[in-house]
Design a protein around this ligand. Structure first.
Ligand code: MN
Length: 376
């Protein structure tokens, strides 16, 4: 079976222990996110600025459920660039858009000064990771407790060499949602610097699910909770389109990682219907139908969804992109080639290339092209 090479629109690194202790005064470092694992390795307690929450550690089904291995133990390349490239070569993954791991918990910090300084430490470390290989496209973290802090860090990150910025799918609880004008300077800064606005699903501040009534327990809870994570990416995309942010910033590109892709054409139709049928109540008016902004400026990655492939060839959304979610449990690490063959063996070559390589190349043209697109 020949190897199918793909870029990944959804990957993660694992920050080293002690990152904040090395980069911040002790009084600030102890308030940054850290994870303490139980002795049996099955649960962790995450501490963030005086808040604590318990989280079951994802472990692989079948054999690895017994070992209870953490991400770092299962995939040592998660935090080591040299080992990582070996994993990528074995899996057939060329370049990656890479999100933080512990850095995602910074969305629960409520002190602007702490967030501002902590994010700098994360970004100063992750840019070093990116510089080890042109195949790594790391996302800069952004302090979202004040728009001027966000703009300053976006500009600093662009100067460091970042090409993408990680945004949680909902801003901190003290801030208004993304359709509001307070974010306008942030969208302008992203457009100006060329950084891709990269949302990763499941990154709402930790208490958002409780407030929204979208944390499930009881029968089906695990599947229901996983299902719920997909909607955050759709909401923030709709907010950017309906509020006119993408209309005002035609150079702004949006990525939604890990949330599937078939929602794109569906949502485009729904937004157009609302915009057209409720025209008398619609504000602002847009220069073209909402669907056009989605089709032209928004990209999305999926891992296993068979329905995502026809979203490109049957529904016409060119910006469908595959993603491995390396090294996470929802992803394809260990079975990437099996998944890619199942998804693409019966698909037209042009479609396969667009989803596995082309959409990513369009979003990140600075990345050198994959030298061996298929074969061994
Ligand atoms: Mn992911």
């Amino acid at each position: 079976m020949s190897k199918i090479w793909a870029n990944s629109g959804d990957s993660h690194l694992v920050e080293p222990d002690g990152l904040f202790e090395q980069g911040l005064p002790p009084a600030l470092a102890e308030r940054m996110p850290r994870s303490v694992k139980d002795d049996d390795g099955r649960w962790e307690t995450v501490h963030v600025d005086g808040q604590t929450f318990r989280r079951r550690i994802p472990s692989r089904p079948l054999r690895d459920t017994e070992t209870g291995m953490t991400v770092a133990e299962r995939a040592p390349g998660a935090g080591d660039p040299v080992l990582r490239l070996k994993d990528l070569d074995a899996e057939g993954i060329w370049a990656e858009l890479i999100y933080p791991s512990i850095g995602i918990w910074t969305s629960s910090i409520e002190d602007p000064a702490l967030l501002r300084e902590g994010v700098k430490v994360i970004n100063d470390w992750a840019i070093g990771f990116q510089r080890t290989s042109p195949r790594f496209v790391c996302t800069a973290s952004v302090p979202l407790l004040a728009a001027h802090d966000a703009v300053a860090e976006i500009e600093r990150a662009a100067g460091l060499g970042y090409k993408a910025a990680f945004f949680p799918v909902a801003p901190p609880p003290s801030q208004p949602a993304y359709q509001h004008d307070v974010w306008e300077p942030v969208w302008a800064a992203l457009e100006e610097t060329g950084l891709v606005l990269s949302f990763h699903i499941g990154t709402e501040p930790h208490d958002a699910g409780s407030r929204n009534g979208t944390y499930h327990s009881g029968p089906g809870g695990a599947v229901l909770n996983y299902f719920e994570t997909t909607f955050g990416g759709q909401r923030c995309t709709a907010q950017l389109i309906a509020s006119g942010a993408l209309d005002r910033h035609p150079g702004l590109r949006v990525m939604v990682s890990e949330g599937g892709a078939t929602w794109g054409p569906f949502m485009a139709d729904r937004l157009d219907e609302g915009y057209r049928q409720h025209a008398s109540a619609v504000r602002p008016t847009l220069s073209k139908p909402p669907s056009r902004f989605l089709y032209e400026q928004v990209y999305a990655s999926f891992q296993h969804d068979r329905s995502a492939v026809p979203a490109q060839w049957a529904m016409g959304w060119e910006n469908v992109m595959w993603g491995s979610d390396y090294p996470h449990i929802e992803g394809t690490f260990g079975h990437t080639q099996k998944t890619l063959h199942e998804l693409f063996d019966d698909v037209d070559e042009v479609v396969r290339r667009r989803i596995t390589l082309g959409a990513f190349e369009e979003l990140f043209p600075h990345v050198p092209p994959c030298p061996a697109e298929s074969g061994d």
